[in-house]
Design a protein around this ligand. Sequence first.
Ligand code: SF4
Length: 386
Amino acid sequence: MIASPVVAFPAPDPVLAVEFLRGERETAPLCAAARRLRDEGKGRVVTYSPKVFLPLTTLCRDRCAYCTFAAPPGAGGRYLEPEEALAIARAGAAAACTEALITSGDRPEDRWPEARAFLARHGCASTVEYTARVARAVVEATTLFPHANPGVVSAAEVAALRPWCASMGLMLENASPRLMERGMPHHGCPDKDPARRLAALRAMAAQRVPVTTGVLVGIGETPEELADSLFSLASLAAATGAVQEVIVQNFRAKPGTPMGGAAEPTPQYLARVVAVARWVLGPEMNLQVPPNLTERFEVYLEAGVNDWGGVSPLTPDWVNPEAPWPHLDELRHRTEAAGFRLVPRLPVYPEFLRAEWLDPALSRRLRASADEQGYALGPQQGGMGL
Ligand code: SF4
């Protein structure tokens, strides 16, 4: 076989990244370089995590201008009771899922008396304490592995979650504090302060938690701010080794929100962002785009992604409830038609299935749930033999 010629491509550079994002440089060579990097680091395997979504609380103290996940008490904002969360988790286990995605609004107890009353009734001082309790119940009652999206957390809170959460996620969204100014999407959102989010990510990393993070594209950021965000995540990954995946998520305008009429990024633009992300983050990073937020999601395979993230056969995407996940058969068919093998993974990526990244309480089970490459076993297969 004759190898295709490898065209030299410059090293990642913030100025060049901005020019690519602006469309001032040709996208085709960038995407070709991104594909080469993905193939070099990940081969032709594309992963997804079979999951159920547990919206543990849809109460939140923040007011992001694009959000429909959070709601006030009496308008849909509430906590799941432990029995409700367990019922979802059990149904997920029965449907061969491996991940329980536990997502909460940020510190609702600081804003809503109803949140404080709920937590007091359950003997918890905070939403994070309640999250740890439900995660533990999921681990004890099912075969699922919790992946917590707990919002901004302290080191002590990370320590409380770690025994029961195989991995944790916190989107950086964007590194620019400008987005918190009046009239911007994160105004009135203390937990969207990028310095606090990076500190929380570092607290997770310091305790050897496999971390998922990412950028939210199209919320009013400039190309410079987006490039800066991607380089911030590359620095975090290099400094800690704890970033197991980076999500590039496109903003979707939702009716009834302050940004309901805002323009959404086009798939062509998002593909360019994905390619820049692959170039900046390198061949080893797991790079994800949610497949339910773009009709022709295969375009991101052309730009260097290697993961479709959590896909649920049972529960809706509570953050984007108007956008159902593709059926797994369709996801497989379309991924394979593009020349890739679709493989289920655990919430912890194969390269993080090592003792230093796993709490002893979960380590044996996680490794027993993985095949020899570290991907999720099918229901009838044996484990890593550990
Ligand atoms: S922090 Fe999250 S849940 Fe809270 S308003 Fe913002 S996007 Fe919604």
